[in-house]
Write a protein that binds this ligand. Structure first.
Ligand code: NDP
Length: 253
């Protein structure tokens, strides 16, 4: 605990799901966290309240990703929130978590859906990293949430898996580029992880999904948040360009 005191972090899509847990976890380690959302202001405000009640520091930032001007809007809010609280715009940790799922069969995937998936899941993280590097001191951390679906076939998620495969590439190539600055960048690939999707309210469906994991349960957002928090600490300084399997053994086959 308190391994991130004095650091600042942005977690995209942290109003809900794994992003929410990652924001709470990083704040518990002492980081000042920007809780990013697009539509659910209520949920983002609740995350900030929970962090503050826990003795941590956080603020919300709104921006829709995947649309023109997205990165600019996000950084306007981020920099003003950071400056107000720290007197600087340094960003030590970027967690690219926001994402949208496909859930459409190959024959039903329209060019519009395909473009939306790529815009939110792949293009936005690239340009967020490009922009964040202007604010990131040496020793910073970039963590991209990808998916076990880059290595586990699901025909209803071909386009989605393509976006996550593209994001996995960010870690490989940026790692070499950022090494001289001691900035690490890694992919964390979750398996099926509980979120607000109503499917998690159906016991039979949960049982079936649980069978995919070696541990016979679905992932909880905290399972992934703990991995994110570790990668954000100094203890993970020697890990970069990695694909971290956080699927609970789903990829073991
Ligand atoms: P949720 O669906 O619970 O939450 C999505 C978050 O992303 C919300 O904070 C939402 O904001 C934000 N968001 C969605 N679209 C946009 C957008 N266009 N612009 C800005 N913000 C947006 O997420 P999960 O926890 O399920 O997933 C988190 C990440 O993990 C995603 O990248 C997902 O692809 C990946 N993943 C998820 C798996 C799972 O089983 N859940 C498995 C493998 C990977 P708001 O609340 O304002 O709508």
């Amino acid at each position: 605990m308190n391994r991130l005191t004095g650091r600042t972090a942005l977690v995209t899509g942290s109003s809900r799901g794994m992003g929410r847990s990652a924001a709470i976890r990083l704040a518990r380690e002492g980081a000042l966290v920007a809780v990013h959302y697009t539509a659910r202001k209520d949920a983002a405000d609740e995350v900030v309240t929970e962090i503050e009640n826990d003795g941590g520091r956080a603020f919300t930032v709104r921006a829709e990703l995947g649309v023109p001007g997205d990165v600019h809007e996000l950084f306007l809010g981020l920099e003003s929130g950071l400056r107000e609280r720290t007197g600087s715009t340094d960003l030590d940790i970027l967690v690219n978590n926001a994402g949208v799922m496909g859930g459409v069969k190959p024959e039903d995937t329209t060019p519009e859906k395909f473009d939306e998936l790529f815009a939110v899941n792949a293009k936005a993280p690239f340009f967020l990293i490009q922009r964040a590097l202007k604010n990131m001191p040496d020793g910073g951390r970039i963590i991209n949430i990808t998916s076990g679906l880059t290595r586990f076939a699901n025909p209803d998620e071909i386009a989605y898996a393509m976006t996550k495969g593209a994001v996995d590439q960010l870690a490989l190539h940026f790692a070499k580029y950022l090494g001289p600055r001691n900035i690490t960048i890694n992919s964390v690939a979750p398996g099926i992880t509980r979120n607000g999707n109503p499917v998690f309210d159906i016991p039979e469906a949960v049982e079936q999904m649980a069978r995919l994991s070696a541990f016979n349960r679905v992932g909880e957002p905290e399972d992934v948040a703990d991995v994110v928090a570790f990668l954000a600490t100094d203890e993970a300084r020697w890990i970069t360009g990695s694909f971290v399997d956080a699927t609970g053994g789903t990829l073991l086959g």
